[in-house]
Design a protein around this ligand. Structure first.
Ligand SMILES: Cc1cc2nc3c(=O)[nH]c(=O)nc-3n(C[C@H](O)[C@H](O)[C@H](O)COP(=O)(O)O)c2cc1C
Length: 324
């Protein structure tokens, strides 16, 4: 197995998306395979206690590796070999053929989360295309009926999360609100990616620094209000629905599905802004499940999707494509 050929591609593989841009993945080069796993230092135990977003991010990374390798002419496939204890999900192995995919490395490079204004929404053909991506795995992609009710659910979810000191502490750890932050060009969520003005970033930093003292005085409500209303920024809310009883390896597999749906949207000229808080908080998750008439545990990912009105900033990576 040509390890060097894959090593040269790693910087593109790292463009995969991950919750809070933690980039949890790690690679181990073995004689006949490349093993993919995760680093616990780059997970979100408070915000993602079940590991759902961790496994979706790992699956997104697996799919990205396969796309990038195929585009470079490397013949690799993926074998799931989940080991929760040792923190591995599976192997990239030599294969007789290139991984079949319609996507290219340039799609991987150009895709990005867009938290700004999204014009128009998702038309019927595009919705059918992303749904068709999820169907073979037993999932589906749905729009939310009575989407007007989502605003109240989002506010409730934000308030609930900002009231949890562990979640806020973790968010602070991954926020990069000042360009002088040592991790600004490596990982986490920057002021630019969060579409925060300089005064808004400074205000948020100050509010979070005062959190322990200000929390009893209603800071969670203020922080939730400061987060604004993403739904006022346009787009259609799409939900990735999983089959019932999806186990841990199944969630990684759905991370691959998520990546394919995200790239399908990207190649249709659309961008996505995940709104995971809706399914992180049990009450809003239940309410969203009721709107969709789906068991809440089947809701895997939620995002606002639409046509970008200007290019979103590119997020940082620890292994940067521009540098290597
Ligand atoms: C499973 C998953 C959940 C995510 N949840 C959120 C979210 O709730 N809110 C948000 O603004 N971004 C969310 N994101 C987007 C990440 O923050 C984003 O992928 C990361 O910062 C890297 O940026 P990029 O997607 O532009 O490459 C999520 C991404 C993934 C993969």
């Amino acid at each position: 197995m040509d390890h060097d050929a894959f090593r040269r591609l790693e910087r593109w593989c790292w463009r995969a998306p991950s919750a809070h841009n933690t980039q949890p993945w790690r690679l181990r080069y073995e004689p006949d395979a490349i093993r993919i796993g995760w680093d616990p230092a780059h997970t979100l135990p408070a915000g993602d206690p079940t590991g759902r977003d961790l496994r979706l991010s790992l699956g997104a990374f697996v799919e990205t590796c396969l796309i990038v390798a195929a585009d470079a002419g490397l013949r690799l496939d993926y074998l799931a070999d989940h080991d929760e204890h040792h923190r591995w999900v599976g192997l990239l192995r030599p294969a007789p053929d290139r991984y079949p995919t319609p996507f290219r490395t340039t799609d991987v490079w150009e895709r990005r989360t867009d938290r700004g204004h999204l014009a128009a929404g998702v038309d019927g053909d595009t919705l059918a295309a992303v749904d068709a991506v999820a169907r073979p795995a037993g999932g589906s992609v749905r729009t939310v009926p009575q989407a007007g009710r989502l605003g109240a659910l989002l506010r409730a979810a934000d308030r609930r999360l900002y009231a949890d000191p562990a979640v806020v502490g973790e968010l602070r750890r991954w926020l990069r609100l000042d360009p002088t932050h040592p991790g600004y060009h490596a990982d986490g969520l920057t002021d630019r990616c969060l579409a925060l003005s300089r005064p808004a970033a400074t205000g948020l930093r100050a509010a979070l620094a005062g959190y322990p003292v200000l929390r009893p005085l209603g800071l969670p409500r203020l922080l939730a209000a400061a987060a604004g209303d993403p739904l006022a920024q346009g787009g259609t809310v799409l939900v990735l629905v999983a089959p019932d009883h999806l186990d841990e390896p199944g969630q990684v597999e759905f991370g691959r599905v998520l990546m394919r749906t995200w790239l399908t949207l990207h190649t249709a000229g659309l961008a996505a802004h995940p709104l995971s808080q809706l399914i992180d908080v049990p009450t809003t998750r239940t309410a969203l499940g009721a709107l969709l008439d789906v068991a809440p545990q089947r809701l895997l990912h939620v995002a606002r999707v639409g046509r970008p009105t200007r290019p979103a900033p590119r997020s940082a990576r620890r292994v940067a494509a521009g540098r290597a």
